[in-house]
Design a protein around this ligand. Sequence first.
Ligand SMILES: Nc1ncnc2c1ncn2[C@@H]1O[C@H](COP(=O)(O)OP(=O)(O)O)[C@@H](O)[C@H]1O
Ligand SMILES: [Mg+2]
Length: 233
Amino acid sequence: MISFSDVDLELDKKLIFSKLNLTIQQGELVYIVGKSGTGKSTLLKSLYMDVRPKKGEIKIAGYSSKTIKKRQIPLLRRKLGIIFQDFRLLEDRNVYENLEFVLKVTGTKQKLITELVMHALESVGLEHAAKMMPLRLSGGEQQRISIARALVREPLVILADEPTGNLDPDTSLEILDYLKRINQKNITVIIGTHDYELVRHSPSRTLQIVGQNIVESTMEKSATGFRPAVASS
Ligand SMILES: Nc1ncnc2c1ncn2[C@@H]1O[C@H](COP(=O)(O)OP(=O)(O)O)[C@@H](O)[C@H]1O
Ligand SMILES: [Mg+2]
């Protein structure tokens, strides 16, 4: 379970969220929606403790923002898989090595590394790309590799910050389908996005950033299709 209790989040002394209260259960798929600059990335960063709350408490994967020690943050992050808009693959290493890298730093045995890497690549349908260099792949394929990299340590939670931001609409839906498939294995998936098209394609719990807070948004059906129930004032 993930929880925010009365959390204030600040960036450079600018208050982004105030008295945030929120609970996400293990195995949920949650969208965080809001226009650019509303705080989607900040919220996700607070979950991997790149941004620490000014007030209140965030609990995730057995850790608390109040008590976690600096040296424990890498241990927390091992339980999370993080996906970015710009993929962030190592361009001078092949696909296999990109995934292997994540496991080597935690001292996983070589035989197990091969197993885990190939299993993760299979889960995004790219086992045949193991020896390819990332830049030889399409944007959609690079994002699938970054999903595989996020999966390789068998995380409890996947945090995806605008995972489809660099992709065309069809490829975006394909990426979303992989994230949904992962979610079916009881991995919590949290997707920050300003792309309502995605949410409309696969409705699920949607948290909308409104001012310095978050509201549950039931993407209402209207004449123009789905739209967020609460206007982003
Ligand atoms: N490194 C930073 N230092 C100061 N302010 C920042 C920084 N990054 C983002 N901000 C500001 O914080 C607010 C929230 O940003 P962000 O979480 O990136 O929003 P989103 O991901 O929804 O676009 C914005 O007003 C943005 O300008
Ligand atoms: Mg952002």
